[in-house]
Design a protein around this ligand. Structure first.
Ligand code: NAP
Length: 283
């Protein structure tokens, strides 16, 4: 099987390419240099030229706060870019996996979100990822939409790296304690995605590491596991005042993974310890 992976230089794409190769499958990893997804003719050329049997689409505009000021660019990448890929997949009858986000939901309540629940994003990034989902649903029947959340991987910027840096530089951090979700290690997620793409169990899935926490609790656990003495102060989303609004409830219902015979990911604490070992401990 030959799989084209977009966003191969990002956190998730990097690990998906590695996972495919580890299993003896062929991976064609592309990023903006090889295939700018906003360039429809380039997308067409590149997917046809790759001779792929499936596409795993990990590329995205992921700067959530910056997106509030760069609406057009964010939409071009996340919505139009996804449409461009889906259109070629339809013409070539290729299964497509689109990686989406908990940010398609409004974060109200405390109940875990079901995959088929109403989308109602709070910010520009979430809105454009939602538009990407709608393009896939409109154009394709052979698709996976996999919503993930709170991502960390060795290849790129993430919350853990930021905490380790701030902890080292300042010895104290303030972290929001009213957004609840599940951190997700791209190394673990890549295994599940490669399991999925080899099946025809199409549909919308939620996938994160197991267990829940707030960003505040996540930060505490990072410093505990890294044996760093850092003062962590809980603050509300309102006090933190990020540019983009974020959902407070990012609990995701993953029962569908069990129902469809897919293996869930390990706990986020276990994932964190393996991540810290992989990056060689504190920065
Ligand atoms: N990070 C999270 O917490 C999170 C949470 C939920 C869902 N997700 C979703 O998970 C997926 C993977 O996220 P990630 O954290 O691995 O993202 P990432 O590290 O930001 O990687 C995304 C990659 O896409 C590339 N890209 C941007 N614009 C492009 C374009 N026009 N054409 C081609 N490639 C382009 C980026 O290149 P540049 O770096 O040069 O821009 C980058 O290499 C994304 O779909 C994201 O929406 C992420």
């Amino acid at each position: 099987m030959r799989v084209l992976v977009t966003g191969a230089k990002g956190q998730l794409g990097h690990d998906v390419v590695n996972e495919l190769e580890k299993r003896g499958l062929e991976a064609v990893g592309v990023d903006v240099e090889e295939m700018d997804i906003t360039d429809a003719p380039a997308v067409d050329r590149c997917i046809r030229g790759a001779g792929a049997d499936a596409v795993i689409h990990c590329a995205a505009y992921t700067a959530v706060d910056a997106a509030e000021d760069n609406v057009e660019l964010c939409r071009r990448v996340n919505a139009d870019g996804t449409y461009n890929i889906a259109r070629v997949c339809r013409e070539l009858d290729l299964p497509m996996m689109y990686i989406s986000t908990d940010y398609v939901f409004d974060g109200q309540g405390e109940r875990p979100w079901d995959p088929d629940e109403k989308r109602d994003p709070l910010n520009v990034y979430g809105q454009t990822k939602c538009e990407g989902e709608m393009a896939i649903e409109k154009l394709l029947s052979k698709y996976f939409i996999v919503r993930i959340a709170w991502v960390f991987g060795v290849n790129g910027k993430n919350f853990i790296k930021t905490m380790l840096r701030l902890g080292k530089e300042k010895g104290a951090v303030s972290v929001v304690d009213d957004q609840i979700g599940s951190p997700t290690y791209t190394y673990d997620l890549a295994r599940l995605l490669v399991d999925m793409i080899q099946t025809d169990k199409y549909g919308i899935y939620h996938a994160t590491n197991e267990g829940l926490c707030s960003w505040y609790e996540f930060a505490q656990e990072i410093f505990r596991q890294a044996s760093m003495d850092v003062e962590v102060t809980p603050v509300s989303s309102e006090q933190f005042a990020a540019k983009a609004k974020r959902p407070k409830n990012s609990r995701m219902n993953k029962d569908k993974l069990d129902e469809m015979g897919f293996e869930r990911l390990p706990s986020w604490q276990d994932a964190l310890s393996r991540y810290l070992a992989a990056v060689g401990g504190p920065v």
